[in-house]
Design a protein around this ligand. Structure first.
Ligand SMILES: Cc1ncc(COP(=O)(O)O)c(C=O)c1O
Length: 397
């Protein structure tokens, strides 16, 4: 590059990135969802889970909207996600649960972030960070009540609790929470749900007998918040439902649960052209035009998180009708057969949204791709600009 070329000439004009494709996020929907979830758990506080960039919706704007609607806690997986919220000015209760040895324990303690310990090594790193910073670490102990993923096994729980109590006595930590996570809450009535709650009550009782007095005990993700009131304890911890999606068809459809999908993924047709009958479409020619027709080129692909598994099956709203993806979804683009209907380059195509305009939902895409709606929204890639609407909460809202 030479100096005379200037950098501005090499930069796309502001706003031009949304011309190709955009994920519009309705923050009023996020607020309304948080309020609906609070109404389902009226005696509990609510922690809005904003990990993975707010399930692809933008962590910071969604965190702000959730706070405005009464989320007194935010939750993240990684400490980096929590520290980014602090750096952006969030000052409320904030917890991060996915720790590894050598993690930013001290930064988290200094930023007043609740850390999580499933094992003695994690508690020890929190204690070390507290000693180094001269502050008290806020530590939440995680029990494995049956998920078999994170959390401390019942056999190791008494030792973790005793060590935490000793660290409290020293002033290094305050055990602010005892918590766990469900395996099968998205299958209401599954016997593992009751078994996990029983194991949790025992873990909490043991901690209290040992002298711990946690501020919050929590176990409920979205499906448990929506269907299992006895799991609410002091705090519920919904994620996917904050963004307006149902955790599973067994739990219900979003509208019946009082939820509104916040994300609408749309693109502008990049090309519209006439082709003859029998024309192969996209890699592998897995689709052939049944007659002379119009093809529309959608400039989104698996690099943008549009699942290749949905090739030939996913629905799209284009030129006023629902169409099915024609042939393979490629890295940057896929094709829809517009069946001879009128369309022009630049016309809007909607992949999914709340469904108001007859567009498909993320759930429809999940079914087409053989996955869950969580994955559909969370994997929308960084190349797709997020456009947040209704940033200002309505007065009284
Ligand atoms: C520990 C923990 N709590 C809560 C949630 C939120 O779950 P959901 O999105 O099903 O509400 C998650 C997400 O998987 C999680 O990992």
């Amino acid at each position: 590059m030479n100096d005379r070329s200037g950098t501005t000439a090499l930069t796309a004009p502001p706003g031009s990135e949304t011309l190709r494709a955009r994920a519009e996020i309705d923050l009023d929907a996020v607020r309304a969802n948080v309020r609906a979830l609070r109404a389902r758990a009226p005696r509990a506080e609510l922690m809005a889970v904003v990990k993975a960039d707010g399930y692809g919706h933008g962590a910071l704007p969604c965190a702000r909207a959730a706070r405005e609607a009464g989320a007194s806690w935010l939750g993240t997986a990684t400490p980096q996600e929590a520290l980014a919220l602090r750096a952006a000015g969030d000052t409320g209760r904030l917890m991060s649960w996915l720790w590894t040895p050598g993690g930013p324990w001290r930064e988290a303690v200094e930023a007043d972030i609740d850390v999580s310990a499933s094992a003695l090594w994690a508690l020890e790193e929190a204690v070390e960070a507290a000693r180094g910073s001269g502050r008290t670490a806020r530590v939440q102990l995680k029990a494995d009540t049956g998920l078999g993923r994170g959390g401390c096994q019942p056999a190791d729980w008494p030792a973790l609790v005793a060590a935490a109590r000793a660290a409290e006595a020293e002033g290094a930590v305050k055990v602010t929470g005892v918590w766990s996570h469900f395996a099968c809450a998205d299958e209401p009535g599954h016997p593992a749900n009751a078994a996990q709650l029983e194991a949790f009550r025992e873990a909490v009782a043991l901690a209290e007998r040992a002298g711990l007095d946690p501020e919050v005990r929590h176990h409920a993700n979205s499906p448990a918040t929506l269907t299992l009131p006895e799991s609410h304890f002091d705090l519920v911890r919904p994620g996917v439902s904050v963004y307006g999606l149902s955790p599973s068809p067994e739990v219900g459809v979003a509208a019946e649960l009082g939820l509104r999908p916040a994300m609408t993924l749309s693109a502008s047709l990049a090309l519209v052209k006439q082709v003859p009958a029998g024309h192969g479409v996209s890699y592998g020619h897995t689709y052939r035009t049944p007659g002379a027709t119009t093809l529309g080129l959608v400039p989104l692909g698996y690099a943008d998180g549009v699942p290749r598994h949905a090739s030939g099956t996913a629905p799209v709203l284009a030129a006023g009708k629902l169409r099915t993806v024609a042939g393979r979804i490629a890295m940057d683009q896929f094709v829809v057969d517009l069946g001879g209907d009128d369309a022009s380059a630049g016309d809007e195509v909607v992949l999914f949204g709340p469904g108001d305009r007859g567009e498909p939902t993320a759930e429809d895409w999940a079914r087409a791709a053989g996955t869950i709606s969580y994955e559909i929204v969370t994997r929308i890639g960084a190349r797709v600009p997020r456009v947040h609407v209704n940033e200002q909460a309505a007065v009284g809202g």
